[in-house]
Design a protein around this ligand. Structure first.
Ligand code: URA
Length: 433
C-alpha cells in the first residue's frame, strides 16, 4: 500500500477502504508518513469529505493510536462533557461538580486555550496549588472518593490526533466537519466515559459559524459515539457573544463560584443547567425535566458548591478563594471600556472579545506561551443592552498597561451599536440525541 495512492484516491473523490485509512493514521503516528503527505491527505479530506464508514474508521484509528482510560470500575455512572470551544466558556467548572453531586463520576481531561478560546486547564491553574497532572491511580481514586477529577489532556491519549491537529492548525484544515468530529470523538472515546454530552457551539466565537453547520457537526459526532457504544447527546448553544460576563482565567473561576453559589448571569446558568441535566439523563436514566429539577436542587442546596470545594481541595488547590476572592490575585491595571454612543448593543463579537482578552495577557498566541491568570475582561453589558455614551460596557484587567491599546482596538471592532433593540437569538438552539 502506498500513501501516494491513498492521497490520489481521496483527491479524486473515491472512498478510502478501512485498511487505507488505518495505514495513513498508523503510518503518520509512527513517523513513517511525512508531514507533507499527511497534509495533502488532510486537504483532500477537507475538500471532498468522508462518508459515515470512513469517518468511523478514521475516528477509531485515532482513538486506538494511544492509550484508553479504563473506567469500567464505575459501571454506567461515568459522564464526560466536551465543548467545541468558546469565549467565556467556564461550563466544566460548574457542570462537573453538579454532576458529581448527583452521583455521576466525572473523570475528565481538558485542554489548554489557544487563540481566542480559553482552556479549562488554564482556568484551573489560576487556583493556587491546583495540580493538573495526577498519576492514573490518583486520578481514579479521586473520582472514586469525590466523584470528580479534572486533569490536563494526557499525551498518551489519541496521539494521532495531537500530530494531525498540529498539521491542520498550519494548513488551513481545522474547520472541517469530518476532521473536527474525528478529532473530538477520538479523544472522548479514549477518555473512557460511558455517557457523553457535547456542547456544540455556533456563532462568531465558534468554529461553526452557522446553526446548520453546528447541527451537522453534532449529528456526526453523536452518530460516531453511538456506533462506538456510548450514550451521547449534543446541545447546540449560542457562541455569537461570550458566555457569562467574565473572559479570562481567574475571572472565570470566580464567575463559576458565583453560579455555584446561586448567583451568576442567566445565560451561563441556563447553559450549565441544561448540560448537567443532559448528563444526568444519560447516567441517571431520568427524564430531562426530572434531571433539571435535580440539577437545580444541587445548586440551591449548596451541594454543588460543596462538591466543587471538595474537588479543588482533593487536587491540592487552596479553596479559601471561594470566600476570599483576592487569593486568586488581582491585576494591577483595571480600566473601563466605555460605550462610544447612545443606543443598544447590536452585536458583541465573541471571537474579537476573546482576542481582546488574549491581548490583555489572558491567552496565548502559540502553544507554550505564558499567560497572565489575572488578566481578562468583565462585561457590564451584553448584546441587546441599552447603553449611554461614556457608560462602562466592560472592565479590562491586565498586569501590563502597554497591552491596553491592542485590547481596546479589538473591542472597538467587537462591539456594535444601533438605535433600536435587536432581536435576541436563542441561547440553546436544540438537542441532538
Ligand atoms: N477541538 C478539537 O479537539 N479538535 C478540533 O478539530 C476542533 C476543536
Amino acid at each position: 500500500m502506498r500513501i501516494y495512492d491513498i492521497i490520489q484516491k481521496k483527491r479524486d473523490k473515491d472512498k478510502l477502504t478501512d485498511e487505507e485509512i488505518r495505514f495513513a493514521v498508523d503510518g503518520f503516528t509512527k513517523g513513517d508518513i511525512p508531514d507533507y503527505q499527511m497534509s495533502a491527505l488532510l486537504m483532500a479530506i477537507f475538500l471532498n469529505g468522508m462518508d459515515k464508514r470512513e469517518l468511523t474508521t478514521l475516528t477509531m484509528a485515532m482513538t486506538e493510536s494511544g492509550e484508553s482510560v479504563d473506567l469500567s470500575m464505575f459501571g454506567a455512572l461515568t459522564a464526560d462533557k466536551h465543548s467545541t470551544g468558546g469565549v467565556g466558556d467556564k461550563t466544566t467548572l460548574i457542570v462537573a461538580p453538579i454532576v458529581a453531586a448527583l452521583g455521576g463520576k466525572v473523570a475528565k481531561m481538558s485542554g489548554r486555550g489557544l487563540g481566542h478560546t480559553g482552556g479549562t486547564v488554564d482556568k484551573l491553574e489560576s487556583i493556587p496549588g491546583y495540580k493538573t497532572t495526577l498519576t492514573r491511580e490518583e486520578f481514579i481514586s479521586q473520582v472514586e472518593k469525590v466523584g470528580v477529577a479534572v486533569i490536563g489532556q494526557s499525551g498518551h491519549i489519541a496521539p494521532a490526533d495531537k500530530k494531525i491537529y498540529a498539521l491542520r492548525d498550519v494548513t488551513a484544515t481545522v474547520d472541517s466537519i469530518p476532521l473536527i468530529a474525528s478529532s473530538i470523538m477520538s479523544k472522548k472515546l479514549a477518555a473512557g466515559s460511558k455517557n457523553i454530552v457535547l456542547d456544540v457551539k455556533f456563532g462568531s466565537g465558534a468554529f461553526m459559524k452557522s446553526v446548520d453547520d453546528a447541527k451537522k457537526l453534532a449529528e456526526t459526532m453523536v452518530e460516531i459515539g453511538k456506533l462506538a457504544g456510548r450514550r451521547i447527546s449534543a446541545v447546540l448553544t449560542n457562541m455569537d457573544l461570550p458566555l457569562g460576563n467574565a473572559v479570562g482565567n481567574a475571572l472565570e473561576v470566580l464567575e463559576a463560584v458565583d453560579v455555584l453559589s446561586g448567583r451568576g448571569s442567566a445565560d451561563l446558568v441556563d447553559v450549565c443547567t441544561a448540560l448537567a441535566a443532559r448528563m444526568a439523563c444519560l447516567f441517571g436514566g431520568s427524564s430531562y425535566e426530572e434531571s433539571l429539577l435535580k440539577v437545580k436542587d444541587a445548586l440551591d442546596s449548596g451541594k454543588a458548591l460543596n462538591k466543587f470545594r471538595e474537588w479543588i481541595e482533593a487536587q491540592g488547590g487552596d479553596s479559601r478563594f471561594i470566600e476570599d476572592r483576592s487569593l486568586l490575585g488581582t491585576a494591577v491595571v483595571r480600566e473601563d471600556y466605555v460605550c462610544p454612543s447612545d443606543g443598544y448593543i447590536s452585536h458583541m463579537d465573541a471571537e474579537l472579545i476573546g482576542k481582546a482578552a488574549s491581548a490583555l495577557g489572558a491567552g496565548r498566541e502559540k502553544a507554550g506561551d505564558d499567560i497572565d491568570h489575572t488578566a481578562g475582561i468583565i462585561l457590564k453589558k451584553k448584546t441587546g443592552g441599552r447603553c449611554s455614551a461614556g457608560e462602562p460596557v466592560a472592565v479590562l484587567y491586565t498586569s501590563d498597561r502597554k497591552r491596553l491599546a491592542d485590547a481596546r482596538a479589538y473591542l472597538d471592532r467587537a462591539i456594535l451599536m444601533r438605535d433600536t433593540k435587536p432581536d435576541a437569538l436563542p441561547l440553546i438552539f436544540g438537542v441532538v440525541e
